[in-house]
Every structure is written in C-alpha cells, then in structure tokens.
Design a protein around this ligand. Structure first.
Ligand code: SF4
Length: 463
C-alpha cells in the first residue's frame, strides 16, 4: 500500500497499432474496436515499432482483397511480430495460419468481444483507479462488459488541471469524437443487443468544446457536438424489441448547461442518473485541488434538478485527507453531504500519484487522520444511502437483469439486476426472488421492492 512518502507510479498504457483494410463497414468495425480498447485504457500507436500488438482488420471479399490482406498481415509480422487478425478474412483462419503460424489470434468479422479479449491477452491493460474510466471489481480483474450493457466513449483527454490528476499529461487535451460516429456506434451497439449505454469520457459535460461544438448531420438532422444533443439523440434509440435503452451519463460536471438534460430524464429518454465526481465540497479544498465547476451554487442546482426529476440519482466520489484539508473543511464536507443527499458515494483517502502537482502541496494530512475521516464519511454516506433505499420499499421500480441463478433445492430461481439508480460495477444491486427460469440478462422487469439495506434492494417481479 502506498503512503504519502511513496508516490504511486502508473504503468504506461499498452499501445495498439491498427491496419484497417476494406470497405466502410470494416472501417466502422475498426473504429468500434479502437473505441473499446481506448475505453479499456489502451493507447494507439501510429507505427509498428511503438505497438505492443498490431491488429490487422482484413477484407476477404475478392481474391485481390485477400491477397492484400495477407500482404498486410505479412508486413505486420515482419515489422512487429505480435499480430492479431480480425475482419472478413478472419473467417478463413486456416489459410492465415498456414501462411503465418505465429499470429497470436484470428477472429472473424464483427467479433468485437473476441478481438478485444485477444488484445487483453496479448498486451494486458494497465488498470488502476487513477486512470481507468471503467470501474473494476478488483484491481487487475479485467472483465469484458456483458452484451447487454456497453461503454460509449465520447472523447479522450481533458482540458482541466486538477492538482491530484495526471490524466491531461498522460492522455493530452480534450479530443472529442465526431458526434455522428458516436451515434452510429451507439446505434450499432443497441441493434446488436445493448440495452444500456454508459457514456464515458474524462469530462462528459465538456464534450465538443475542443471542436467548438461543430455541427454534423445525423439521420437528416443537424446535431451539435454537445452533451445535450448527444443525450437527446441517444434517448431516441430503440432496441430491436422496441424498448428505450438506458442511457447513463458518467463524469459530468455541474455546469449550467447540464440543466438541459434533466428534462430529458424526466421524460424517460435518458436514465435519471448523473455521475458527478465532486471530490470535495469545501471551497478551500476545491481551490487547492483546482477542480472545475467549483462554485457555491451546486446545492441549489441539485435542488432544482430534483424538482424537475424527483427520481434523479446522483453518484459521486470524494477524496479525504487532501493536503491542507482541515477539520473544518472536512466538517463542511459532511454538512454538505447532509444537504446534498447524494444517492451513491465512493470515498478515497488521498494518495499522491507520481507527476501530480498535489505532491508539492504543503500540510499533508497524517495517515491516522485520513483513516478517521474516511470512516466518518463512509458512516455518513451509508446512513444517507440506507434511508434513501428504505424509502423505496413498497414501490415498484424498473430493473435491468444482469444475472439469473440456478434453481435452488426448492426449484426457486433468483436473479440480480439493477435499478436506474445503479450503474454496473460501482453502485448497488436489486436481488430478485422467484423469477421465471426464462428470464435473461438484459431483460427489463418491474420489481416490487420488499426490503432494503444500506446498499442494495430486494424484491419480486410485480404481478
Ligand atoms: S477533470 Fe481533473 S480529475 Fe478529471 S481528468 Fe481532468 S484533470 Fe483529471
């Protein structure tokens, strides 16, 4: 475990090179694979030499295209040697292996999960709470998202300079993806079985700032590269069986323009859930942290949002023991939490990260004080969570199923799901008893809540 004397050194992100051949559909596939890999913490390499592994997305439509694909694989083998083949020609794995027995893996067209898994095996991602957007159950425990929910990464990098963070130096300035490409990817994901989209970036509310919110055409409409337009368009998607998929916004800062997405939540187009990494509430600490959207009116804004959308769930994370945090600052945070009544809270004890500006700050908080504050914030937020969940007992709420169990000795089947207030991996669960065996992950069901504890809900499918 690191202490304040030993800054955590982050591993470098593994680099993936990509050679994309073939038609526009193959290009979209390449883009989707790369988006997924970026979300998993990989960096891209523009040349063979810098890549830990090279992906060759092949085309096998015509013999000439096959030859071109084989030549591309040959070049990647010669230049790098660690090669994964995917795409249309991946369906002819034997022909590829006959010519290049050393290729690491061969997967067919549209087998995104298999490609990503092969990359994970060939060059394991460097995971950690300081750099990963996708939450993990345990450090190093890399889990591919199940088909019924998918992460949708909308931008890379960040324009802020928070004192404890090295993302801008690792990943660079904000670079937003084209909104039409993001929407196309979302549409494909939903058509392929995704029932819940998790929008991620370093700062979702800043989406498009770098491209001055440029306008693109999508389905004959003009859409801005902007969080509001993105949320509105994602809210219009439909699953093949006619459901509105859940759209969950992560890493949102409480800028005034966020107000515009709350009515979309009230209308049921966007999941009434905001993941806002407040990190602290005391103005002194926020100033020292150099946090964005650090303004006094946040509580008023939260109150106004809840008036428009009473079911809005807010999740956040907080750092305790930041250098210079006094007892008064910490008490301010606890009082603020009493007012804000956040639904889900994660807390962390401050630890220096190699290269972060916060390491040079004076007044480190002693470890014992950090521990004590951590215990106090956990106690406070658990009590708030328990009261909020207890208020749901007796209500019927919509749940998405994540897992269906095996029948027990009495033949009863249980299932685990999540409400709209629960993002996968980081929030709570809804445990269901006596579900039909035909229930599947990704199904939406209405659940009558019978019990609650500090984190989870328990219930039965409403009749
Ligand atoms: S907003 Fe701050 S904490 Fe988040 S990525 Fe940017 S610099 Fe890091």
């Amino acid at each position: 475990m690191a202490t304040t004397d030993t800054p955590i050194t982050l591993p470098e992100a593994p680099k993936v090179g990509m050679v994309s051949l073939g038609c526009p559909k193959a290009l979209v596939d390449s883009e989707r694979i790369l988006t997924r890999l970026r979300a998993d913490g990989y960096a891209m390499s523009a040349d063979y030499a810098g890549a830990d592994v090279v992906l060759v997305n092949t085309c096998g439509f015509l013999d000439s295209a096959k030859e071109e694909s084989l030549a591309a694989i040959g070049e990647a083998m010669a230049e790098n040697g660690r090669v994964i083949v995917t795409g249309c020609m991946g369906n002819e794995a034997e022909a590829i292996r006959a010519r290049f027995p050393q290729v690491l893996a061969v997967t067919g067209a549209h087998q995104y999960e298999a490609v990503v898994e092969a990359v994970h095996e060939a060059a394991p991602p460097s995971m950690g709470p300081y750099i990963d957007l996708i939450p993990q159950a345990e450090p190093g425990d890399v889990k591919l998202t199940p088909r019924h929910y998918s992460y949708l990464k909308i931008s890379e990098g960040c324009n802020h300079a928070c004192a404890f963070c090295i993302i801008p130096s690792l990943r660079g300035k904000l670079a937003s993806r084209r909104i039409d490409a993001v929407l196309r990817e979302a549409e494909k994901l939903v058509a392929a079985g995704t029932r819940e989209l998790l929008v991620i970036s370093q700062d979702t509310s800043a989406y498009g700032v770098d491209v001055r919110h440029e306008t693109r055409t999508w389905k004959g409409r003009e859409v801005r590269t902007h969080m509001t337009d993105l949320a509105r368009e994602l809210g219009q998607l439909k699953t093949p069986d006619g459901h509105t998929p859940w759209v969950r916004l992560h890493y949102v800062y409480p800028y005034p323009h966020v107000d515009a997405v709350i009515p979309l939540m009230a209308e049921g187009l966007v999941t009434p859930y905001l993941d806002i990494p407040f990190q602290h509430a005391s103005p002194n600490v926020l100033r020292a942290m150099k946090r964005p959207a650090n303004e006094a009116k946040v509580l008023e804004r939260i109150r106004a949002w809840r008036e428009i959308c009473p079911d809005l769930a807010i999740r956040s994370s907080f750092v305790v023991g930041f250098p210079g945090e006094t007892e008064a600052d910490f008490q301010y945070l606890l009082d603020w939490l009493d007012e804000a009544q956040l639904d889900r809270v994660g807390a962390f004890r401050f630890e220096p990260v190699a290269g972060a500006a916060a390491n040079d700050l004076l007044d480190p908080v002693p470890e014992a004080v950090k521990e004590e504050r951590y215990a106090r914030i956990m106690e406070k937020t658990e009590a708030i969570s328990a009261a909020k969940l207890a208020a749901k007992v007796g209500r019927t709420i919509r749940v998405i199923i994540d897992e269906v169990g095996e029948p027990d000795e009495d033949g009863d089947v249980g299932a685990t799901g999540r409400s709209q207030a629960d993002a996968p991996e980081i929030d709570g669960a809804v445990y269901l008893r006596n579900v039909p065996e035909s229930l599947k992950p990704g199904d939406f069901v209405d659940v009558e809540i019978e019990e609650a504890d500090a984190h989870d809900l328990f219930g039965v499918i409403a009749s």
